[in-house]
Design a protein around this ligand. Sequence first.
Ligand SMILES: [Zn+2]
Length: 457
Amino acid sequence: MRIVLFDIDCLRPDHLGCYGYARPTSPNIDAIAKDGVRFDHCYCASSPCLPSRTAWSSGRFGIRNGVTSNVGAGADYYMRCRNYGGPHDDNQMLMRRLRQLGLDTISVSNFADRHNGYYFMCGWSEYLTPNLKGGGETAEEVNAVALDWLKKNAGRDNYLIHINYWDTHRCFKMDASWADRLEGTPPPAWPDDATARAYYEKYQGSFTGSGQFRNGKESPHPLMPTEVRDRATFEHMATGYDASIAYVDHHIAQVMETLAETGDMNDTAIIVTSDHGDALGEHGIYTDHVCADECIHHIPLIVKWPGVAKAGHADTSFIYNLDMGPTLVELHGGEAPADWDGASFVRNLRGEPGLDREYLVWDHGLYTLQRAVRTNSHLMIRTYDAHGYTAFDPVALYDMEKDPYQTTNIADSQPDALGRCDSMMNEWVSAQRAKGHVRQDPLMRTLEERTRQLTRP
Ligand SMILES: [Zn+2]
């Protein structure tokens, strides 16, 4: 079996055609979804980039692997065993485990370089950094390496290749003509003009409407507006984001065409996912990932797996990105390390009742320091440090059925629902700590680090 894992930074599922978007951003991803399973409620356990990929590569939640931030004390990976002979089983990385099961693992990514996440490189058969741009590389530059590898390795079997694109991360630097295909199709209806204007006035902080560029700088990129102050500038921003998705989707097609040309498309599984989403107006924030909100943690997951995945099926179960590891291990006849926090969703792939968590807990520790609980009906977010954002109360509760963009905090009017979510969070934190190998919660490590900096004489 060959596996191609497309890992696209900052990709929101609701901007993909296969997830119901009205614009033709993703015809090639949509075609993969048609032949596979689309997961409608997959979430990253920690955000943003480094915590998210650390979770699925280590198999453990951020509170257990030490990483809930891209930087500083909250990005101190917890390497529990440093004996000779490689990681101990209770410190096993996904790619190393897959190699034990007979898969070669290849990454085409500048991710570890960008985030000093060198532990992420552990266990791969080949780790190919396309260049030294550290996340500034284009999909064209990534494909120059990925397509070359696929052509040189035509006919080879039993490998996983991870291909990582960054173009959907602001500031949408591709040629503006990538937006041409979107003409005549609508961007999201929310936020309307009144909301966009009100948010512009109300909310301050990095990546809010007036905070897109530091020091009042003008945007140098045609697809990226300087500010988001009303509906027109929001549409400019949304169109830039959508154009970037179209650009990446085009390069995914090149990979698929190469697999077809080399005769390697048969018996090849395709996975499309992201590390996190992006805000597009939620809490007055645009095109960045600064909080533990639905728009940041909800990620696409599409799995085409010949002989396993039920074609065209949509699965609505609650799952995490780190459930991918145990799933891949089971599909190769192995057992996941006992210390991993994920669980297999193989039965979901077959279209059967399978993994479906009662609730999810996730966290963010780069800008805000937040931990959240998501149930079928509600999202509760606890903020330990708002990082200067005026949009976040210490505790917020949102009705996810009536208020998908989290506009109204109902914590005071629904104390029972708030209490249930709070109990879930406490239960979850206690359960993680009870697993052993406990260190301090990395969110609290970051909070202490910030406090020390504030109190430095
Ligand atoms: Zn990212």
